[in-house]
Every structure is written in C-alpha cells, then in structure tokens.
Ligand binder design. Sequence first.
Ligand SMILES: [Mg+2]
Length: 251
Amino acid sequence: MLDKIKGGLFGLAIGDAMGATTEFMNAMEIQIKYGKVTNIIGGGWLNLPLGEVTDDTAMTVAVAKGVIKNKENPISEIGEEFLKWYAANPPDVGNIIRTVLSLYDGNWFAAAAQACQNLGGRCAGNGSLMRCLPIALAYADQNKMEEVTYLHSKMTHDDDEAAEACLIYNRIALRVLNGESLYAAIENEITGTIYEAILKHKPDCPPSGYVVHTMNWVLHWLLRYDSFEDVVIGAVNMGGDSDTIAAIAGG
Ligand SMILES: [Mg+2]
C-alpha cells in the first residue's frame, strides 16, 4: 500500500516535470522541435530547470500537507498551504486559482463563488482535478474520501463539472489502491457518466485546461496504454495542457 501511495505521488510529479517541456505547444510543434519527448528534459515556456515540477505538484503537496494536519476537516489547513505556496510567488499560478487566492478573505467558498462570477462563469478548469489525488490516498473510508474531495474542489472551483471529475478520479484511485485493475476501475466509474464514450472512442476535444477535456484525455491515455511510461509519454507529446494532463494520468 505504501508503494502504491508513493507511486501515485511520484507518478504525478514525473508527469508534471515531463509535461512542462511541451505545455502550450501542439503535437506538430513538439514533433518538429523534439521528435518525441521520452524523458525529463526541463525547458518549456517556464524554462524549467531539469527535474523541477510546476504548480500541479506544488498544489498536490499542499493538499497532502493540509490533510495530514487535520484529517477530519482539512479545508482550512489545505487553504493555508495554498496561501503559503502563493506567497512564495510561483511563476505558474493558474487563472482561476490566482483569482480565488487574491479574493480570499476568510471564506474559501465565497472566494470561489466570487472568482467564478468575475471570470464570467468560466471556472471549470482542471486546477482542482490536478491536485486531488492525496485525498484518495489518505482516506480508506469512501464516504469521507468523497466528502473531502468534493469540498476541496469547491473551495477554489465553484463548478460541478470540476467537482465531478475529482470524484470520478479519486473513486478510480481508491479502487486501484484496493487492488482492482486500472481498466476495470475506470470502466466501473465512468459508465453512466459524461465520460462513458471514451471507452470506445478517442476524444474529439483538444487537450485543454477545461476539466472535461482534460479528464477525457487522461482517461484516453490510461485506457489505451498498460505501462506508466507509455501513458505519460503519450500525454506529454500531445501538448496543450500537457503538464497537467500528464500529471493527472501519471498519478
Ligand atoms: Mg503546471
């Protein structure tokens, strides 16, 4: 179990570090510039030092620390960790997160609602999905895991699509932790949801930061390939929001 938990966190960080090289490029541009990215080489629009990670891993670690500090009700502890990270002036804060963190005045859910309004209702980003994995790793009780997963998404993303994607992802992770195969876990959790078509078809959406697009591509790579390596390399070389898609799939 400890191996699986560590594997999830390292897998996420590796996907993030590799995907940062190709973030915001398209598949054609990646092919011209790199051929195929198959290793952690740094660079990208952040000019990332070799082996460094981005906001996806930083915020995942923040969630993990918050959960460790207060397992019963971790929302304010998670929020404190977000603020600590933000105070260090990271170069790559997502739009929704930046808006929420700058509006926060003691109530996360109010800040999230206001941010969504300020952004014209466009707050279904993948910024809560990219950091939710530690919750599935921390709570063996499914109901508690789902409650914390949901609240942790709503504290920055006042959006049901974002919360639903976190719930589906963490339910899949919990099944895998409990020994189910990844394919069966995905099939069980996406049947009857808006993601069901991915079992049969390749996504017809861009690999964007919109959480539904991101989730479709994450599921696509996980269903298509058996090895961790192939999943992450697939996501990295598709471009778009590649660090986040590779991080989520890698986790
Ligand atoms: Mg990132």
